[in-house]
Structures are given as C-alpha cells and as structure tokens.
Design a protein around this ligand. Structure first.
Ligand SMILES: Cc1ncc(COP(=O)(O)O)c(C=O)c1O
Length: 440
C-alpha cells in the first residue's frame, strides 16, 4: 500500500515537473503520458513498476534492446578512458567506427562524417551535395521527414512538422510514391510508376533545371512506413543524375538491417546512393549520426572552408555503436530480421483479415505499419482508432508507435534482437488491442 502511494506520487511528480519546466511542445504519447524508469532487452518499466514489451524501440533506435550488456560494457570502458574529444583530435573509436561503416555501406560509400542527430546528418548531406555540384536546389518528397532544424523542417513534406515558418529556400517536393493513396489516383503496376516521373516535372517546372540533390527515405518513417514500388528509386536516380544532382538516401530509420536481408534499406531497390545518412539504430540510443559518401564526392570538402563538430565522433557514442553493430552481426543479422519480419507480417496480414479498421499493412523486415481507416472503400483515415489502439495496447503492456500525415498509421519496429516468441506475444497483444477497440 505504502509502496503504491510512493510510486504513484513519483508519476505525478514527474508529470508536474514536465509540465512546469519543459516547453509545452514536447509531443508525448498517451492521454496520460508514460514516464519510463528502466529497460532491459525488449522490455521497459514505468515508474510504477508496470512492464511493457517495447515494439517501437525508442523510435527505431534501441537496435539491440535496452541496456544490452555488451553496449553497457563498451560504454563503461570508454567512459573510464575518454569521454570527449571533439573532431579536432582523432580518437580510436571514431576511426574504427568509420572503418566499420565503410565495410557495411554499399559500393563506393567509404568515407564518413559523424555528428550527433539525424537532423545534423541530413543537413551535412545537403551541404555536401551543394558543395560538390555547385548547385543549390534540392528535391525532397511529400510526406518525407528530415528532422527539426530549419533545413530538416524545410525538407520535410508534412505541414504538421514544418513549424515556425522557418523555411530554407530552393527545396521543392515531388509527388509521393504512396500506392495506398496514390496522388495520381492510379494503380500499381499499371501506373508504370508515374509518380517517379513527377521528379522530372518538378525539376523542370519549379527549379532552375540544375539541382544539387534528391533526398528520400527508402521507406518513409514518420510519414507512416510508406514503401515505394520496387522500380521507384532506379527511375528517380536516373532523372536526378540527368539534372546534375546527387541522390541522398536518408537511412535514419531504415539502416542497420531494419528492413531485413540488407544492411541498408535502399539496397532493396538495387540503387547505390551518392550519399547516405544514418542515425537512430546506429548506437542503440547514444546520440550519433553519420553522413557517408564516396571519397571522390567528399574531396570537395577539403577546400570548402572550416567546419567542426563538438560532439561529432564522440568516443563514447562511437564505442556504443561498435558494440551494438557487433551484437547485430552476432545475433540479429539482416537475415534474422528478414525471417522475423516475415513471421510478423503474416501475423499482421491475419489481423487485417480480422479487423476492418486495418486498411493497409506495409513495410519491410521489422519496420511494419498498419494504416487505420474508418471505411476500407473510402479509405477515410481514422486517427481516432489509432488513439484508441494506443490506449488499449498501453493497458495491455505493449508499446507501439504512430505516424502518417493523418495520424492514422501504427508503426511497429521492435529491437532487432527480438525473438519469434517476442513477435508472437506482440501479435497476441495487438489482437487483443484491436479486439478491445472493435467493441467500443
Ligand atoms: C528519416 C529521418 N531523417 C531524419 C530524422 C531526424 O533525426 P533526429 O530526430 O535525430 O534529428 C528523423 C527522425 O525521426 C528521421 O526519421
């Protein structure tokens, strides 16, 4: 009894301080926000001691699970030696990680610039593309997401995340390869992937005709796990090249085996980007991001002027990243993710057969989305059902994510060290959650 009143007051205390001392624009999940206290593997506990199966993975970030011992140990060891160096001094973890990135990244992508967040990485990629090409204009995609800096918000193609009116000039947004809600009202494959041609129309009609880059996520994360058709990026890259631009693949959500079978999402489309950005899963929760490119493209930075990153290549984050990648290689390889992803997907397809509210199931590997609708014919989005499912699954002890321009996509992305049993438990809890909201 006593313990209960102490822990309950802890929740209240945290929420009161949150309200009083943090900006009101901190987006918090759930009607009653959920303060977390600790994590272990696939599970997290709130301050009241309730346990949750984490199938959102800290926004696709805890790639090998919470407090994974190998990561904790690597961080402890590095912390005892050197916590900080800045990019002014080389450090061993930094160069070793850069070497590892060159090994994992496809083709000629060999040289890295590490920063602290995905927004930094995209910003760095755009700077590089502009410096290399000498052109200024950028094509991004509608429904895309690139972060919260002025550049990140300007690249983003969702009004909900483009706040404050701070917009960088010279960025245009092409139509989205969003088959479930085709912007051209066509149907794949009969459409001939007409949406990809819109990149050329956008270049011809809204730019000077010479662009620095096209930036796109292989699978749009915040946009709601929108997965382009298999021909899309080959067509896109060819068009972009013809107009002088580089292709930046934003792998912030899709990297490190998340999509199954491959280390990076774009490899499924058999296209080699000129620049790739990554963050989130890179260091299992430590702040780290990377922009990787070819030595030839990076060469232009030699004479481009001065730049430093205080936290870029932070030795502790780099040590965490090396340890997390080691765990992925050992027990959660892209093949493991593909296997679990298949199992998870067939379970989700079964849920779609059972619950009319699930309009679309999409994604790859352990990045699976459910688009919720009021009516399968009209496809009217149901943010209400999303909200209800959130509350129901919280009650059941399952954490999931959401996204989409209409706030109606459930995003599911557990740590990649998940097992078949974890997936079975999550499917059961989702079934129960949908069962609950279908009765209300
Ligand atoms: C695809 C993509 N790019 C960039 C970002 C920005 O990353 P960060 O929040 O670390 O700045 C995000 C964040 O969700 C993202 O999903």
């Amino acid at each position: 009894m006593n313990t209960e009143s102490t822990t309950q007051s802890k929740t209240t205390e945290i929420l009161e301080k949150q309200k009083k001392y943090l900006w009101p624009n901190h987006l918090l999940y759930y009607t009653e926000p959920l303060p977390l206290e600790r994590g272990d593997g696939l599970y997290v506990w709130d301050v009241e001691g309730k346990r949750y199966l984490d199938f959102f993975g800290g926004i696709l970030t805890t790639s090998v699970g919470h407090n994974r011992p190998e990561v904790v140990q690597a961080v402890q060891q590095q912390t005892e030696k050197l916590i900080h160096s800045s990019t002014l001094y080389p450090n061993e973890a930094h160069v070793n990680l850069a070497e590892k990135m060159a090994e994992l990244a496809p083709g000629k992508l060999q040289v890295s610039y590490f920063t602290a967040t995905g927004s930094d990485a995209d910003e760095t990629a755009v700077f590089l593309a502009k410096t290399h090409t000498g052109y200024q204009e950028i094509i991004a995609l509608r429904h895309g997401y690139s972060g919260r800096s002025a550049m990140g918000m300007s690249l983003t193609g969702q009004h909900t995340w483009r706040i404050g009116g701070t917009h960088v000039l010279g960025i245009k947004h092409a139509l989205n390869p969003y088959c479930y809600r085709c912007p051209l009202k066509m149907t794949y494959p009969g459409c001939g992937v007409a949406c990809a041609q819109d990149i050329e129309d956008t270049i011809k009609t809204t730019t000077s005709g010479r662009i620095a880059a096209f930036i796109a996520e292989p699978i749009q994360g915040v946009g709601g796990f929108i997965t382009p058709p298999k021909e899309y990026f080959k067509i896109a890259k060819e068009i972009v090249k013809n107009y002088g631009g580089l292709f930046i693949a934003d792998e912030v959500q899709t990297g490190f085996g998340r999509t199954g079978d491959k280390w990076f999402g774009i490899e499924h489309w058999e296209v080699e980007p000129d620049i790739m950005t990554m963050a989130k899963s890179i260091a299992n929760g430590f702040p780290l991001a990377n922009t990787i490119t070819t030595p030839e493209i990076a060469e232009c930075t030699r004479t481009a002027g001065l730049t430093i990153s205080t936290f870029g290549g932070n030795p502790v984050s780099c040590a965490a990243s090396l340890a997390a990648i080691g765990v992925l290689e050992k027990e959660a390889s892209p093949q493991h993710v593909a296997h679990l992803g298949k199992m998870f997907r067939s379970g989700l397809d079964r849920l779609q057969e059972k619950y009319a509210v699930i309009g679309d199931v999409r994604g790859m590997g352990l990045m699976q989305g459910l688009e919720l609708v009021k009516d399968r014919q009209t496809k009217e989005p149901s943010p209400e059902a999303t909200k209800q499912l959130f509350e129901a699954t919280r009650e059941l002890g399952l954490l999931i994510g959401k996204g989409g321009l209409y706030g109606n996509v459930i995003r599911i992305s557990p740590p990649m060290t998940a097992t078949e049993e974890d997936v079975a438990v999550a499917l059961d809890l989702l079934d129960k959650g949908f069962g609950k909201i279908s009765r209300t």
